[in-house]
Design a protein around this ligand. Structure first.
Ligand SMILES: Cc1cc2nc3c(=O)[nH]c(=O)nc-3n(C[C@H](O)[C@H](O)[C@H](O)COP(=O)(O)OP(=O)(O)OC[C@H]3O[C@@H](n4cnc5c(N)ncnc54)[C@H](O)[C@@H]3O)c2cc1C
Length: 78
């Protein structure tokens, strides 16, 4: 935990777990543009929810998952 938030990777997977995801305010995700985690605002929660829901479908179809990025920062847009 960092400041009462679960540490997650760019797919919102909670560190140390294979099947537990966290998103939005409760998630602490570090990216080059957000070295101290993302702000706890609605568009991050909505964006991470959208990305994670797509990724769970990709997972089911054995397709590669996509990293979350805010405003197209921190990598390709896929
Ligand atoms: C006063 C205030 C003003 C804000 N204004 C803005 C703004 O203007 N613009 C903006 O972008 N953001 C704003 N925010 C931040 C924004 O509300 C949050 O970033 C956003 O709601 C995060 O969404 P979330 O889904 O991560 O968490 P939440 O919206 O907090 O959703 C979490 C949900 O989980 C539920 N829950 C908690 N514990 C449990 C449990 N044990 N079992 C089951 N359910 C549980 C809660 O009841 C809640 O419904 C504001 C926040 C506050 C407090």
């Amino acid at each position: 935990m960092v400041r009462n938030r679960y540490v997650v990777n760019r797919y919102n997977l909670v560190a140390g777990y294979d099947t537990i995801y966290a998103l939005g305010d409760i998630a602490y995700m570090v990216t080059p543009s957000y070295p101290n985690g993302h702000p706890q605002v609605a568009n991050v929660a909505i964006g991470q929810a959208r990305n994670l829901s797509r990724n769970l479908l990709y997972l089911e179809k054995n397709k590669p998952m996509k990293e979350y990025m805010r405003y197209g920062l921190d990598g390709h847009s896929g």
